[in-house]
Design a binder for this molecule. Structure first.
Ligand SMILES: [Zn+2]
Length: 140
């Protein structure tokens, strides 16, 4: 019987783990990654998950505020950005539209940070009309 490493998510045999009774299993490979780096990587995952949630809760906001003191400036910046998003559009539904309408700057910051994708209207000049094209060019 092996374990799943909580960090890389891989199932590995017992001998791949350090053997100490950890609450969460961490394989030796991941164990060699500096703890600060692992922590940051987990934070990134959680930050991005927040944007996928249907809403950003009060609890999430408390957590985000705690990150404003994080030693990693990039994490601070992202937490700040998501706090701003939570203020403007806490619900995922229509978030794009609300942010785009209320603050083009926030929209751009989110896109730059990889928290939101470039809205469709930016590539409107090149509509994918392949289907229509095919339809009109059926040889028989
Ligand atoms: Zn691992």
């Amino acid at each position: 019987m092996g374990h799943f490493c909580y960090y890389c998510g891989k199932s590995k045999p017992n001998e791949a783990f350090s053997g100490k009774g950890h609450r969460r299993h961490l394989c030796r490979v991941c164990h060699s990654i500096p703890a600060a780096e692992r922590e940051e990587s987990e934070l990134w995952g959680r930050l991005h998950d927040l944007m996928d949630q249907s809403n950003i809760s009060k609890k999430n906001i408390i957590w985000l505020k705690s990150l404003l003191k994080h030693s990693n400036q990039s994490i601070q910046m992202h937490a700040q950005l998501i706090l701003h998003v939570a203020e403007v559009a806490p619900f995922r539904k229509k978030r794009y539209q609300i942010i785009a309408d209320s603050s083009g700057e926030l929209m751009q910051l989110c896109v730059d940070a990889g928290l939101l994708y470039e809205p469709d209207f930016d590539c409107g000049a090149d509509p994918s009309s392949d289907e229509g094209y095919d339809e009109n060019n059926v040889p028989f």
